[in-house]
Ligand binder design. Structure first.
Ligand SMILES: C[S@@+](CC[C@H](N)C(=O)[O-])C[C@H]1O[C@@H](n2cnc3c(N)ncnc32)[C@H](O)[C@@H]1O
Length: 276
């Protein structure tokens, strides 16, 4: 997947903006940071660290569990799982600027090497069989080749390891305009139905698949996020510059519209690799 194409999604513009937020809080360059302070700015998904706690609960993650995060962004969920639960994380990220920013933040949180950052594409695979858990937030939506993706996750897991995913699904029939918005602004060209999620994971070998519908809380979340961003426009323009604020407002508006139309759905799922 060419990295530059994914940058059509404006959430991924100027990811170093997290450093502006830290400066505003009084942190100098290179100062140590605590994970809980950072978590207000480093979770690129819905409902913040609550959603990460849910993964730990569903997969029954214990201290020292080896966990792979697929599409780790700037590392927020991986740092939270390492800090709060003692997991040993591999944070795999496709985009070099997000990967670099994530690694710097992890180092400033004193969490290297408990969180190891890797730059790469999940479709190329990771070392097989080594993980007790594979977790992922809002990443699968970028990957159209689901068969290979599910197989890579399955291969990465040890027997009885668990997969936890938060992502999108087709809840209704999306119009041409909705599909265009998803493709152009969210870098999402493939949206399975709930049945297709279930059957795809089963064909890869997963069992005991549980799916929870998150559409309503996510619809509410994206509407409030947009409202709060608009209210703070002046403050954000001063901190990050007008261009970035326009980009992010465009992205937040797109997500609000798509969920409000009711055909885009959100899900939380977990599933298990059987014993050999
Ligand atoms: C919405 S962000 C979520 C980041 C992180 N999971 C979080 O919740 O904070 C999705 C991330 O997945 C990454 N990604 C997309 N396709 C990928 C792939 N094939 N392999 C690895 N990472 C990928 C993107 O670059 C992006 O950083």
């Amino acid at each position: 997947m060419p990295q530059e194409n994914i940058k059509t999604m404006k959430l991924y513009h100027q990811v170093e903006r997290v450093f502006n937020e830290l400066t505003a809080l009084g942190f100098g360059p290179g100062d140590p940071i605590d994970v809980d302070t950072l978590s207000a700015f480093d979770q690129y998904h819905y409902l913040g660290t609550e959603a990460v706690d849910e993964a730990a609960r569903c997969l029954r993650l214990q201290a020292a569990a080896k966990v792979l995060e697929v599409g780790s962004g700037i590392g927020g969920p991986s740092r939270h799982l390492a800090h709060r639960y003692g997991c040993h994380m591999t944070a795999l990220e496709l985009q070099a600027d997000l990967h670099r920013t994530g690694e710097e933040l992890t180092s400033r949180c004193g969490l290297l090497p408990r969180v190891q950052h890797r730059l790469g594409d999940i479709l190329d695979g990771v070392s097989p069989g080594g993980f007790d858990g594979v977790v992922s937030w809002l990443t699968f939506l970028h990957i159209a080749d689901r068969q290979t993706l599910y197989r890579r996750c399955f291969e990465a897991l040890a027997p009885v390891g668990g997969l936890y995913v938060e992502d999108f699904y087709a809840r209704g029939t999306l119009s041409e305009a909705e599909l265009r918005m998803l493709s152009a602004d969210v870098y999402c060209d493939h949206l399975p139905t709930l049945d297709q999620w279930d059957s795809g994971l089963r064909s890869a070998g997963f069992e005991s698949i549980r799916i929870r519908d998150m559409t309503l809380p996510w619809t509410d979340f994206v509407a409030k996020r947009l409202g709060a961003y608009r209210t703070a426009r002046k403050r954000n323009e001063k901190l990050h510059g007008e261009a970035l604020v326009q980009d992010l407002e465009h992205f937040y508006t797109t997500m609000d519209r798509l969920f409000a139309l009711g055909n885009l759905g959100g899900l939380r799922l977990w599933a298990w690799k059987p014993t050999e």
